[in-house]
Design a protein around this ligand. Structure first.
Ligand SMILES: NC(=O)c1ccc[n+]([C@@H]2O[C@H](COP(=O)([O-])OP(=O)(O)OC[C@H]3O[C@@H](n4cnc5c(N)ncnc54)[C@H](O)[C@@H]3O)[C@@H](O)[C@H]2O)c1
Length: 371
């Protein structure tokens, strides 16, 4: 299958999303002219499963491969862990022509990507995402970074990868809750830019009888028909991210649309003290923000209903937890999209299109959140 292509002013690179994609890595590295040593950084949960066989395959193709395993979890996006990676690379004799491979979810992608951006003032990075969230979002677009004790993702750099290779077979080992949260971002990409993707997600759910009572969306390696359909939907959701970052590499315009559901979502995620996963919070956020659009007369009631049914069919909730609305609004005011003290809301006008509005009255917000 033809790869997708990100084209920005600083880089053009292929994004491959398919079953068995990891097997093609040696050939693809050769095509990119990357012949130096490879620095394979793996999430601890996937090091044995996919990291070791991948390192073997790369060595058999003639590469020198160094491996490093990072403890799972967001705490690894730390200055200390970054320092360990730098030390490992410097002590091992990394050179400018070498490449860093990031195998894991967004945590490893962000951390190893930032290590690659900063070591020797920048070496190549290849993103090999193994979670649905990182395939659809984190691995594409070149944002890398770590957390600071005062906040998440505050230290980082734009460093576009030379290649993104998402092997959907790796989703077979992802815990069900982690897989389900990823569908929130897939659905989001349908709502903001691809009505056909949204409809095909609906068709699959109808065909399979998925609903709030009997949710689906899970990977079943024994069902080849299902995994092929899911892979295709994932690839099309990645295509939306590819298009958006190609239009707006540095988040000055179009990229804001990817934040649909994230203003309320981030607030809910923080108020839950990260008890709710990112995708779970975004699902709740999309429902709330579709409600705001409806009260603003930007879309009809059907949109929020269809979106909620789809979210439920893929195993996620839409109900806003009983948090204080003032607390949600206070956190929303700290959102990165706030400009001149106004929240810029990304709101749907129809399935497949959104508008940015900074004129939503506070009273209307309160009504939407209460509803
Ligand atoms: N750079 C960006 O543009 C961007 C965008 C969105 C999110 N992010 C960042 O991404 C991070 C979240 O990423 P994530 O959701 O992928 O989480 P993650 O990297 O923490 O992975 C989730 C869990 O799944 C495990 N895991 C990963 N792949 C697996 C597999 N195939 N089988 C079994 N277990 C597996 C991991 O060990 C981890 O416990 C956050 O730090 C967030 O800030 C970055």
């Amino acid at each position: 299958m033809k790869p997708l292509t990100v084209t920005t002013t600083s880089a053009t690179y292929p994004v491959v999303v398919e079953s068995g994609a990891l097997a093609s890595l040696p050939d693809r590295l050769q095509a990119l002219g990357l012949r130096g040593a490879l620095w394979l950084v793996c999430d601890g949960a996937v090091a044995e499963l996919y990291g070791a066989p991948l390192a073997e395959r790369l060595r058999a193709a003639g590469h020198t491969v160094h491996t490093f395993s990072v403890p799972p979890g967001d705490a690894s996006k730390s200055p200390a862990q970054l320092g360990e990676l730098h030390t490992w690379m410097i002590a091992g004799g990394i050179e400018r022509r070498d490449a860093v491979l990031a195998l894991g979810g967004g945590v490893v992608g962000d951390l190893a990507g930032f290590a690659a951006a900063t070591i020797l003032r920048g070496v190549a990075v290849i993103q090999l995402p193994t979670t649905l969230l990182s395939m659809v979002d984190a691995a594409v677009g070149g944002k890398t970074g770590i957390n600071h004790p005062l906040g998440k993702n505050l230290i980082g750099a734009f460093h576009q990868p030379r290649l993104v290779l998402a092997d959907t077979d790796t989703l077979a080992s992802l815990p069900p809750r982690a897989l389900r949260e990823g569908w929130a971002e897939v659905i989001k990409h349908g709502v903001i830019r691809d009505a056909e993707l949204f409809e095909d997600l609906e068709h699959l759910a109808n065909e399979r009888g998925w609903s709030a009572q009997s949710p689906g969306g899970l990977w079943d390696a024994a069902d080849a028909g299902l995994t092929a359909q899911l892979s295709d939907l994932i690839r099309r959701a990645v295509a939306v991210k590819v298009e958006v970052v190609s239009i707006d590499e540095f988040e000055r315009g179009e990229r804001i649309t990817l934040n649909y559901g994230h203003t309320v979502g981030h607030a809910v995620e923080q108020l839950s003290r990260y008890g709710l996963l990112h995708g779970e919070s975004v699902a709740v956020g999309m429902h709330a923000e579709a409600g705001i659009a409806r009260l603003m007369d930007m879309c009809d009631g059907d949109l929020a209903g269809r979106q909620a049914a789809l979210i439920h069919a893929y195993g996620l909730e839409t109900k806003l937890p009983a948090y204080d609305i003032d607390a949600i609004l206070a956190l929303a005011m700290r959102d990165k999209k706030v400009q001149a003290k106004k929240i810029r809301w990304v709101l749907p006008t129809a399935i497949g299109s959104v508008l940015v509005r900074d004129d939503v009255p506070e009273e209307l917000l309160r009504r939407a959140l209460q509803a």
